[in-house]
Design a protein around this ligand. Structure first.
Ligand code: ADP
Length: 275
């Protein structure tokens, strides 16, 4: 999975990155592997919760239709619903805009024993904000540095950070919009504004490239995931997350003292119907 990780200080040009790639795996095999990874992740999350030491933050970014929601569903579908939280970052409220852009983000970061998934994130403040000139360049260009330092703070305080850019081609995006229109149960997802946004494709590409080039750090790396094939996208994201959490060296907490005495007591209770 290391092939998808952006090394620090890389000058990323997205035209050099595959969007339609399947790792030379058959789709059926890929889906079976994902099922296994889902179960492993379920067990790892339980251990993470029980141990109550590690914090894990997963950041998902990508253009409309790249599949942020669907990736969350497929990768975390087997995990105890109480075990992970998803934080969605939409257009900021007036109160949020009255503060610095990280103000609304920090309270959602994971505590000990938690996995939090950011569906969009503080990176919107160097993406949509930049593309639509919502603040001047002199303001957004300083944010790469703030973000690196913010993530360093989280990492120094024990958070493992994984960031995924779901990379789809322009043609695939058009096909996914069309599929939404063609399927009655998916039509609700279609928003004509999304086609307006598509007109800014090149500006978004430049903004994503700068984001990836400037904010992939040793403590919070970006992974660029080929996402034209949904099953391969899910498999790749799941593999990176499972590999990373597996290597955290977690252990179940030590046993309660006097366990044998408790066992004897319980056996006695069960044996005595009147107890
Ligand atoms: P989804 O995430 O499912 O696409 P929406 O359709 O509600 O949800 O889209 C959320 C919108 O909020 C996106 O257009 C995104 O660019 C916008 N947004 C998120 N963060 C910011 C921000 N900091 N400033 C401006 N717009 C933002």
């Amino acid at each position: 999975m290391e092939q998808y990780r952006v090394p620090p200080n890389t000058d990323v040009e997205l035209s050099n990155y595959e969007t339609y790639y399947d790792g030379d795996i058959e789709k059926k095999e890929g889906k079976d592997q994902l099922k296994e990874l889902g179960k492993t992740l379920r067990d790892l999350q339980e251990l993470l919760f029980a141990e109550h030491k590690q914090k894990v933050l997963v950041v998902l970014q990508g253009i409309d239709t790249a599949g942020k929601d669907s990736t969350i569903r497929h990768v975390f579908g087997d995990v105890n619903p109480q075990g992970t939280k998803v934080a969605n970052f939409k257009v900021p409220t007036q109160r949020e805009l009255d503060h610095d852009y990280l103000w609304r983000v920090h309270p959602h970061t994971p505590g000990k024993g938690e996995i939090v998934i950011f569906n969009r994130s503080h990176y919107e403040d160097v993406l949509v904000v930049r593309v639509h000139d919502l603040v001047p360049k002199s303001v957004w260009e300083k944010r790469y540095h703030h973000i690196n330092e913010f993530e360093r703070l989280l990492a120094d305080e024990g958070t493992t950070i994984l960031k995924f850019f779901l990379n789809v081609s322009k043609k695939e995006q058009a096909e996914r919009f069309l599929a939404r229109l063609d399927r009655p149960h998916k039509r609700w997802k279609f928003n004509p504004d999304d086609l307006e946004e598509r007109k800014h494709w090149d500006a978004y590409t430049a903004a994503y490239e700068d984001m990836l080039s400037q904010t992939s750090t040793p403590w919070a790396p970006w992974y660029v995931i080929p996402s034209d094939r949904k099953w391969y996208r899910n498999l790749t994201v799941a593999s990176v997350i499972v590999d990373t959490i597996k290597n955290l060296g977690m252990q179940f907490p030590s046993e309660v003292d006097g366990i044998d005495a408790y066992r004897d007591k319980l056996i006695e209770m069960i044996g005595d119907k009147d107890a």
